[in-house]
Design a protein around this ligand. Structure first.
Ligand SMILES: CC(C)(COP(=O)(O)OP(=O)(O)OC[C@H]1O[C@@H](n2cnc3c(N)ncnc32)[C@H](O)[C@@H]1OP(=O)(O)O)[C@@H](O)C(=O)NCCC(=O)NCCS
Length: 174
């Protein structure tokens, strides 16, 4: 079982199919329920964001997760860099049919490779709802720990949000 990360197109022949794939995954109801902004995104807004923001930014990197044996795209992960604050925020979205099969565990080291030198010099962080227990366990296994927790009301329900980081601000190389 192999997984590769391929950057979602910012131009060229795969642009439209990648734009559509990212939209499909991002809007999947099972995925949205674990996101901080669970609202469905309109296709029009997605096009605007993908074309204007993503395609023109070097601070947002989206990587499609592709099973190398059969070339199937199963989800995507992303990195949002803040070069001023020297932080990088990670996100993971795997389609339900492919969850709990070890792909998240394969993906994280691949994404760490993509982070390269930033991994040591940047604060690498993510946010996850505490009740998303499998995701939390996965992140802990790869060295993330909670540095801050707060609450969010989602659809009338209070949920604990964990802010997890790989290396705390004080550990960063200066
Ligand atoms: C969170 C998420 C990225 C995890 O990815 P994943 O591919 O499901 O993760 P893994 O399969 O590597 O690990 C998850 C669990 O499945 C288990 N697992 C791995 N291979 C398995 C297999 N063949 N059969 C059954 N379980 C398996 C792992 O052991 C792990 O359980 P454990 O922590 O108790 O050991 C993915 O579920 C997802 O995209 N969820 C929806 C969006 C989301 O919640 N994103 C995170 C928001 S911050």
């Amino acid at each position: 079982m192999g997984l590769v990360l391929v950057e979602a197109a910012k131009s060229g022949e795969n642009f439209k199919s990648d734009l559509d794939f990212i939209y499909f995954v991002r809007n999947h109801p099972e995925i949205r329920k674990n996101l901080i902004h669970p609202e469905e995104i309109s296709y029009k807004d997605h096009i605007k964001w993908y074309c204007k923001k993503y395609a023109n930014s070097t601070d947002i990197c989206i990587y499609k997760m592709i099973i190398s044996d059969n070339n199937t795209s199963i989800g995507y992960c992303d990195i949002k860099y803040d070069r001023y604050d020297r932080t990088a925020e990670l996100g993971f979205k795997i389609l339900p049919n492919f969850q709990r099969q070890g792909y998240g565990s394969l993906c994280i080291p691949l994404l760490f490779d993509k982070l390269g030198v930033y991994k040591n010099n940047y604060m690498i962080f993510l946010t996850v709802f505490e009740d998303n227990v499998e995701a939390v366990r996965l992140y802990r296994r790869f060295g993330f720990s909670t540095y801050y927790r707060d609450f969010m009301v989602v659809n009338g329900e209070a949920r604990t949000l964990l802010h997890m980081s790989l290396n705390s601000l004080s550990e960063r190389n200066t």
